[in-house]
Design a protein around this ligand. Structure first.
Ligand SMILES: [Zn+2]
Length: 76
């Protein structure tokens, strides 16, 4: 499951959540202050657990499973 990064608009706390891709834009509460004014950052998804390379973050697709263009899992 990909890791998504969020930033709280109320207290500016940055935190991560591991969520299914289908829930990446679902409301989430700030883990510090509980605010729901949380913005999702453009993802680095799970790259930090892998071989050190960050791929596919600049091509306009942030589904976390493809490097841009078309892929079957996110339907674009
Ligand atoms: Zn907060």
């Amino acid at each position: 499951m990909p890791i998504y990064e969020y930033v709280c608009k109320s207290c500016r706390k940055e935190f991560e959540a591991i969520r299914p891709m289908s829930q990446k834009d679902e409301p989430i509460e700030c883990e510090k202050c509980g605010s729901k004014k949380v913005r999702r950052k453009q993802s680095v998804f799970s790259a930090r657990n892998e071989s050190g390379s960050v791929a596919g973050t600049s091509s306009g697709c942030d589904c976390g499973s493809c490097s841009g263009g078309s892929c079957s899992s996110c339907g674009h």
